[in-house]
Design a binder for this molecule. Structure first.
Ligand code: GSH
Length: 258
């Protein structure tokens, strides 16, 4: 079990502090941890309280969500793209942002589809809210997902669009991975790992989580993460799981340390 410090203590510390939600393998947080692992960057884990008010975190970073990365006295980095630039600056090797401009533009475009606002993970969360906030759910589950829905602007239009948005992103990634495979590469772009490989591998947890011996999850979380939506399932080409398993086996920490 990972060690976490409280936000109130972390604020006073120098160096790299990363706010994470203990026990929850959220894709944005797992990707931040994975990048730090690949780069061998030391950091202190800081506790975010799942579904809590997180007032000290709000005071420190002007928002209440995880992950956040804070380096010394610099501004807190609250989104995946700021975190990637920070980690790449602190540890330039191995490079996770392609040097070639065409590859770099492609990587950020696809990464935004997976991890950006209204991308795959965002819309997959809308589907969770849709499926777990109804009157048939136990009170605690329903209230938790209603809270998440309000926090991340869930509504009828968002729910209606979400499966199609998720499926189009998965389809585009699967096409790309197949083309890369035909060209002799197991990676999303070029012939070595980029941040996009990590984002895809971590996002796939919301289609099918890693097995229990590699990522310990409670029964409720496992069922919330496992996709049952027929549109999303149909788009979950096996090449995506093969890529996730390859990236974890070759580059990331297993079992996942929560
Ligand atoms: N701000 C991040 C996204 C992070 C995010 O949305 N985290 C959610 C994952 S569901 C979270 O921490 N939710 C738990 C909570 O709000 O308590 C980014 O855009 O890169």
């Amino acid at each position: 079990m990972a060690q976490y410090v409280e936000v109130t203590d972390a604020i006073k510390m120098p160096g790299l502090r990363v706010v994470l939600t203990p026990g929850v393998p959220g894709p944005w947080s797992e990707a931040a941890k994975a990048i730090l692992h690949v780069k061998g960057l030391p950091y202190v884990k800081v506790r975010q309280e799942l579904l809590g008010a997180n007032l000290p975190l709000l005071g420190w970073t002007a928002q209440a969500t995880a992950p956040v990365a804070v380096w010394n006295d610099e501004p807190p980095r609250c989104t995946w793209i700021e975190q990637l630039y920070l980690f790449e600056r602190l540890a330039p090797a191995p490079r996770l942002i392609p040097q070639d401009m065409d590859e770099r533009m492609l990587m950020f475009a696809l990464a935004n589809e997976v991890f950006g606002e209204n991308g795959f993970v965002w819309n997959r969360r809308h589907i969770m809210v849709r499926d777990f906030s109804g009157p048939d759910q136990p009170d605690e589950v329903r209230e938790s997902f209603r809270f998440l829905g309000q926090k991340y602007w869930y509504g009828d239009a968002a729910a209606a669009a979400a499966p199609g948005r998720c499926a189009e992103v998965l389809g585009r990634l699967a096409d790309r991975l197949r083309a890369q495979r035909d060209d002799g590469s197991r990676y999303c772009i070029g012939r070595s790992i980029t941040a996009l490989d990590i984002y895809c591998a971590c996002a796939f947890a919301l289609v099918e989580p890693l097995p229990q011996d590699q990522c310990e999850m409670g029964a409720l979380f496992r069922s919330v993460y496992t996709t049952t939506d027929p549109v999303v399932r149909a788009a979950a080409d096996p090449v995506l799981r093969e890529h996730r398993d390859f990236i974890y086996a070759q580059h990331l920490e297993l079992p996942v340390d929560l």
